[in-house]
Design a protein around this ligand. Structure first.
Ligand SMILES: [Zn+2]
Length: 154
């Protein structure tokens, strides 16, 4: 640890290790595999976005072992937005699981409102929000300019 290109005060992104330690709130009761996945996903977004996620989001995965249903008291939510992940996510390959997590983070980042809650009836279709979220994920996952230049030189 410590010799990565992204370390240093000026780094644009956190490392997965830094995200793990910041712990934006991953409610899985000791599910380290999911925590590692969320940590990796949040290491792909700019620091200022990750900071907003730490302050405003909590990731919840109701584990199969928890049984058919789970009650989550408000104390655990700390007034945050919840990103609810299905355990099915763990069956996806790593890159697509990261995309799935970042897609939900994009809805938070873009302050999207679920169609059922929108006051404007024009928002009944959430297609626009889905397209916006996907475009945001593409921007986050695009390699940084320096890396693209290095690739071109090869
Ligand atoms: Zn969506």
């Amino acid at each position: 640890m410590g010799n990565r290109a992204t370390t240093g005060a000026a780094a644009a992104r956190y490392t997965p290790e830094e995200v793990w330690e910041a712990d934006g709130g991953i409610l899985t009761l000791g599910e380290d595999e999911l925590r590692a996945l969320v940590s990796e996903a949040l290491s792909r977004v700019p620091r200022r976005v990750a900071d907003r996620v730490f302050a405003g989001c909590i990731f919840i995965m109701a584990k199969f072992e928890w049984g058919a249903a789970t009650y989550i008291p408000r104390e655990l939510l700390e007034g945050k937005c919840a990103i609810a992940l299905s355990e099915k996510l763990m069956d996806e390959d790593r890159e697509s699981a990261i995309r799935t997590i970042l897609h939900e983070v994009a809805h938070f980042h873009l302050r999207h409102v679920p169609p059922g809650l929108a006051s404007d009836p024009g928002e009944a279709c959430d297609c626009r929000q889905e397209r916006e979220a996907e475009a945001q994920v593409d921007r986050w996952l695009k390699p940084p300019v320096a890396a693209r230049r290095a690739q071109r030189r090869r």
